[in-house]
Design a protein around this ligand. Structure first.
Ligand code: PHE
Length: 341
């Protein structure tokens, strides 16, 4: 009995091999050199010319169908010959799933936006390709201002009212003043372009978030309070700010904002270059001429504006000193930021 069982077991195991052999025999019988289909092709020579077309078609159809069927059955048998465990290796580790992370600039930008959202600022966006009026003219830049020079700005066309890549998102603030109903309270995040040689400290593309608030009786004290609130939300509740007089064509008075260095707590270190302060943005009261240029009555309304570079804020946040790293998209750099959301 045992012998019989073993014999049958061997037969079962050889079943597929036998079937494959049988199939090969059938193939030879039909399509081999002397196969019956091949022979039909020989006989085809004698078919009457007027029947050649019709018979030729069915004959070809037969050959194709036979070959396809045989291939199909061969595949079925071959598959069944493979032991299951060699077809699927269940011990093999799965493909690694790389987890993405948000870019540090996106994280910083989102943080800035969320702080100003809490203060009631809406988001305004505008085109990156702009005209001279929205980037310079409406903002009180005199005709000979260096920013209007090819050295500093990427021009797409030149002439009367040239088309250019915006050098700051103040252009969006102009569009907001033209379009929106007063009072206006917006922030304008976006990409800006300046014709700079790329180095660790300068890049031809960077990101800004600028803000604008226009209402009746907006004062410099309101500006200072908004900036202080932002600085404390962004850099910690013990952060102090310092305003230094500055100049922008579109604000009067204008100031540069520094925050107390949160690395050395104001004592002076190499990040703040021993001063205890770090510059984070420019700001000022919107020049009445700018309000008037966008059709706002400067006797009734006043406002403030501010603008910061997102890369600069990110640099202070993470102490990344080379701007180029933000644009190279080297995965090793991007993985440094534990910012998976
Ligand atoms: N637009 C200025 C810049 O790009 C920043 C700024 C905005 C300064 C608003 C003052 C007020 O440098």
């Amino acid at each position: 009995m045992r012998d019989k069982i073993e014999q049958l077991l061997a037969e079962v195991e050889q079943l597929a091999a036998r079937k494959e052999q049988e199939l090969e025999e059938i193939r030879v019988r039909l399509l081999g050199k002397k196969g019956s289909i091949t022979q039909l092709f020989d006989e085809f020579r004698d078919v009457l010319p007027e029947q050649k077309r019709e018979i030729g078609q069915v004959l070809n159809k037969l050959k194709v169908a036979a070959a396809a069927k045989i291939e199909e059955l061969k595949a079925v048998i071959e598959n069944s010959m493979e032991p299951a465990d060699s077809q699927y290796d269940l011990t093999k580790p799965g493909d690694k799933m790389e987890l993405g992370a948000r870019h540090p600039i996106s994280v910083t930008r989102a943080e800035i936006i969320s702080i100003f959202n809490k203060l009631g600022y809406a988001i305004a966006e505008g085109p990156e390709i702009e005209d001279d009026w929205h980037v310079f003219g409406a903002l009180n830049f005199p005709p000979e201002h260096p920013a209007r020079d090819m050295q500093d700005t990427f021009f797409i066309t030149t002439g009367e009212n040239p088309i250019l890549l915006r050098t700051h998102t103040s252009s969006v603030q102009v569009r907001a003043m033209e379009k929106m109903k007063l009072p206006i309270r917006v922030i304008c995040p976006g990409r800006v372009f300046r014709n700079e040689a790329i180095s660790a400290r300068a890049h031809c593309i960077f990101h800004q978030v600028e803000g604008l608030y226009i209402d009746k009786k907006v004062s410099f004290a309101d500006l200072k309070q908004a900036v202080l609130l932002f600085a404390r939300e962004m850099f910690g509740e013990n952060t102090e700010i310092r305003l230094r007089p500055s100049y922008f064509p579109f604000t009067e008075p204008s100031a540069e904002v520094d925050v107390s260095c949160n690395i050395c707590k104001g004592k002076g270190c190499n990040i703040c270059k021993g001063t205890g302060w770090l510059e984070i943005m420019g700001c000022g009261m919107v020049d009445p001429a700018v309000l008037e240029a966008s059709g706002i009555d400067s006797k009734e309304y006043s406002g403030f504006a501010f603008g910061m570079g997102v890369e600069r804020i990110a640099m202070l946040k993470w102490q990344v000193k080379d701007l180029r790293l933000y644009f190279e998209n080297d995965v090793r750099f991007l993985q440094e930021f534990d910012t998976v959301v």
